[in-house]
Design a protein around this ligand. Structure first.
Ligand code: BES
Ligand code: MN
Ligand code: ZN
Length: 494
């Protein structure tokens, strides 16, 4: 999709489809009023006839509209203008795009220069247009013999005041790249585990190295991890014929002396639970257990495409978690790269076992901050459902920044406490730490486990077990929290 800014009044724009936002009481914004004037009041008449009332998310297509150069007019309801929040704006855009994607229209123009989002600026709206357009045009068909028809729309333009052109063009680019990255993460998440293996993820990361001069990817083999003492990570891959990979992507957008932001992703390409085998119901969804890794790879690609003026390191701990004669058993004790010994009481708590060694590895980059992203606990799903990502951190400023970026990008996170009182639940009689903390406070004790390996830097943990994918009829990866991560990184300066 191509995006542009067009200065000029809506009724003179040539496009296959012109979109107008209509408020619910039928009061017309400036652009709608201009169209109304040019069309002998056809809009007012239509609204008065009661066929369309501007209800939030409703849409109506009119062919060969009078007085307008565009071939079609798409009216979309914005609801109450005084309540046109970021969330309502996103909803309005999604229904406009959904209706437009059904048409055989190649060009779309959105007359939104006079549409005010009450809690955001015009640049945010432009970013959102491109983000939603990319996001909602994604179709998964890789492993279907019947390929889905690509959407007809090739170009999307926005109206704007002349002096805003430059800033809105930048905003469109940000939205387009963020949307593409969200789709990249969805695609990796949706691929089945017999295709998307640790080796596949490594190849994906190497693609970034090929595509972007500023990205360097290196992939550590099991042998190399052994030499580094990553006994915890390797205990997870022990039962699988798929070789574990530690994937390291380095993006350089600033001087070498500028400390990098580090992202660490959980990349369990399939989680059977191992010897602590999961029940069968919905086990197929454990192909999504690499969505943290997918968000890291996709965000790295986005950072490179946007040429952000910072240094970023993306680390992915990729492994399968399988039972087998070589698999780790409950009660086994392993030594992590940090030197801490871990009693593995449940092999299904494997995410923390791969992450702890990846987090220790992150120390060598002298990070400015480290954010790990992981489908870590069923308890996060029980707590937040699919809407909020669970966030825990050892640094209040970092936590506040991530919460703020989550709100801004409509990819929200909510904080849980990382209090010392919970740490005792991880005590072990036989090792320095146990890998589970009992049945209660599961999201917190998982983060407590990780916190033992992040004492040397500012760190936040995003548990995306609920937000990374949808179940049921809409089963599929969501691409979250790429929006949040890109928002966060695009605010940073070297
Ligand atoms: N990948 C799962 C977490 C998960 C479960 C995500 C359900 C989404 C839906 C993780 O590896 C896991 O199995 N966690 C266990 C930990 C427990 C054994 C302490 C869990 O949450 O049940
Ligand atoms: Mn598990
Ligand atoms: Zn898992």
């Amino acid at each position: 999709m191509k995006y542009s800014i067009r200065v000029g009044s809506a009724h003179t724009v040539t496009a296959d489809c012109l979109v107008l936002v209509i408020w619910n009481k039928g009061d017309l914004n400036n652009e709608a009023r201009a169209v109304d004037g040019a069309s002998a009041k056809s809009l007012s008449k239509l609204l008065r006839a009661g066929d369309f009332d501007g209800k939030l998310g409703d849409s109506l297509v009119i062919h060969n509209p009078a007085g307008v150069r565009a071939k079609r007019l798409l009216l979309v309801g914005g609801g109450d203008a005084r309540k046109f929040t970021a969330k309502n704006a996103a909803k309005t855009l999604r229904s406009a795009l959904q209706a437009a994607f059904k048409l055989n229209a190649a060009s779309l123009h959105l007359a939104i220069a006079s549409v005010t989002v009450i809690d955001r600026d015009p640049a945010w709206l432009a970013t959102r247009v491109a983000l939603e357009a990319e996001d909602s045009s994604y179709r998964y068909d890789t492993t279907k013999s019947q390929k889905s028809k690509p959407v007809a729309i090739k170009t999307i333009s926005l109206s704007a005041a002349g002096n805003q052109r430059k800033s809105l063009e930048r905003a469109l680019k940000l939205g387009q790249e963020t949307g593409k990255a969200i789709n990249h993460a969805k695609q990796l998440g949706n691929l089945p585990a017999n295709i998307c293996t640790p080796t596949y993820l490594a190849k994906e990361a190497q693609q970034l190295d090929k595509r972007h001069a500023a990205v360097t990817t290196s992939v550590l083999s099991e042998k190399q991890m052994q030499r580094l003492g990553m006994g915890s990570l390797l205990s997870v891959s022990a039962g699988s014929v798929q070789e574990a990979k530690l994937i390291v992507m380095q993006y350089k957008g600033a001087a070498a002396s500028s400390k990098p932001h580090v992202l660490v992703g959980k990349g369990i390409t399939f989680d059977t639970g191992g010897i602590s085998l999961k029940p069968g119901l919905a086990m197929d969804e454990m192909k999504f257990d690499m969505c943290g890794a997918a968000s890291v790879i996709a965000t790295m690609g986005c950072v490179a495409a946007l040429k952000l003026p910072i240094n970023v390191v993306g680390i992915v701990a990729a492994s399968e978690n399988m039972p087998g004669s070589q698999a780790t058993k409950p009660g086994d004790i392993v030594t992590s790269m940090s030197g801490k010994t871990i009693e593995i009481l449940n092999t299904d708590a494997e995410g923390r076992l791969v992450l702890c060694d990846a987090l220790t590895y992150a120390e060598r980059f002298k990070p400015r901050s480290v954010i790990d992203i992981a489908t870590l606990t069923g308890a996060a799903v029980a707590t937040f459902g699919s809407y909020a990502t669970a966030m825990l951190s050892n640094n209040d400023k970092l936590a506040a920044a991530l919460l703020e970026c989550g709100q801004q990008s409509l990819d929200p996170a909510w904080q849980l406490p990382l209090w010392d009182e919970y740490q005792g639940l991880l005590d072990s009689n036989f090792a320095d730490i146990a890998n589970i903390g009992g049945p209660r406070a599961g999201t917190i004790t998982a983060a407590c486990f990780l916190s033992r390996f992040t004492e040397k830097f500012k760190w936040a943990h995003l548990d995306i077990a609920g937000s990374a994918w949808n179940s049921g009829a809409q089963k599929g990866a969501t691409g979250r929290p790429v929006g949040l991560l890109v928002e966060y990184l695009s605010r940073q300066r070297a």
